[in-house]
Design a binder for this molecule. Structure first.
Ligand code: SF4
Ligand code: SF4
Length: 331
């Protein structure tokens, strides 16, 4: 479910609620050691899970935390405001130090879900302390998708849509509160410049908490029509585009002809089995008998029905091979 007003706006845009990914069961994390279906790289560190990441929180989300979030979430935000670290009128993001650490740590593959150095400051006791106010990228992240690579693609579209929405709302907010867009943009790239900070915050300097709470009060109650009125043409086109994508996604049927998908790694699995790993959903693998994998690996374009009958594939496996793009539509 999307955070704050986003679920409401999404439902108005897409004509249905956001997708439910039933296989990413965060209350009982499916990436912990010993879980079934782990990728070849193994489990995440249970203390970190998938939160080796730092969100960029829009001003109204920061205000939502301050006005009604958990005490732990509020403490992180207040400490950041007091230290003037990673906080601008455009919201709250990584500090320069966190960003530098992230660049260094992620230069080595396999650190996601493993490096304590890049743990999100909002994670405490393996739980997100700002769940109701987390950003769209956090809400969109799932280690496992009901519809595999296609499901991941739909969530990426949702993130792109909310990035556009947040940009439009932030520009509007700055104007509404008497702040200059250019100064605030400049501050994003020059954190620690105290003189610039004072100019960018203008009359809100020293009253940053009040600024964020006012952002939440102004933006959270908005209907989608209010957001579109602010965002103009770009946002008015977003709704139909998203609704079209969601409708096509729900109506997808098996193609008559298939070919081998190019984004899938074939890796050694349990005895007699091969693991199929799509680059878009690396934590969500399929495991098939090795003879099936060998046939798929050498597949030439041809009728799906022939392949199904030759390999004796059941309907569920065919659907997953298609959703994970192991099999792609062929001309
Ligand atoms: S999305 Fe994250 S917390 Fe949820 S089940 Fe997957 S790894 Fe665990
Ligand atoms: S904001 Fe919450 S969900 Fe997002 S990375 Fe941090 S702890 Fe995880």
């Amino acid at each position: 479910m999307l955070p704050g007003p986003y679920e409401r706006w999404y439902t108005e845009m897409a004509g249905r609620p956001s997708p439910v990914e039933a296989r990413s069961t965060c209350d009982s994390c499916v990436m912990e050691p010993g879980s079934p279906g782990l990728p070849p790289e193994g489990a995440f560190d249970p203390a970190l899970r998938c939160c080796t990441y730092h969100p960029h929180l829009a001003p109204h989300l920061v205000g939502g935390i301050l006005a009604g979030g958990s005490a732990a979430g509020q403490a992180v935000v207040r400490a950041r405001i007091a230290a003037r670290e990673g906080v601008t009128p455009l919201g709250l993001g990584p500090t320069p130090a966190w960003e530098a650490t992230y660049q260094r740590v992620t230069a080595v593959p396999g650190t996601f879900g493993h490096s304590h150095e890049i743990l999100c400051p909002f994670l405490a006791a393996s739980r997100c302390t700002i769940w109701e106010h987390r950003g769209a990228p956090c809400a969109a992240f799932h280690c496992k998708f009901d519809r595999g690579a296609y499901g991941s693609g739909l969530w990426q579209l949702i993130v792109i849509a909310f990035n556009a929405i947040e940009r439009a709302l932030a520009r509007w907010l700055l104007g509404r509160q008497g702040l200059e867009v250019k100064l605030c943009d400049d501050l994003l790239h020059a954190q620690g410049d105290r003189a610039l900070e004072q100019r960018a915050w203008g009359s809100w300097y020293g009253r940053e908490e009040a600024y964020f709470v006012a952002a939440a009060e102004l933006i959270t109650p908005m209907a989608w029509a209010d957001v579109v009125a602010i965002g103009g043409r770009e946002l008015s086109e977003l709704g139909p585009a998203l609704r079209g994508a969601v409708t096509r996604f729900a109506a997808m049927t098996a193609p008559a002809r298939v070919q081998r998908g190019g984004e899938v790694l074939y890796r050694i699995g349990r005895a007699g089995h091969t693991v199929l790993q799509h680059s878009a959903v690396p934590f969500d693998v399929l495991e098939v008998p090795t003879p099936v994998a060998e046939r798929l690996q050498k597949l030439q374009p041809g009728p799906l029905a022939d392949l199904v009958s030759e390999l004796g594939l059941d309907d569920d496996l065919v659907r997953r091979l298609l959703d994970w793009q192991v099999l792609m539509p062929a001309p």
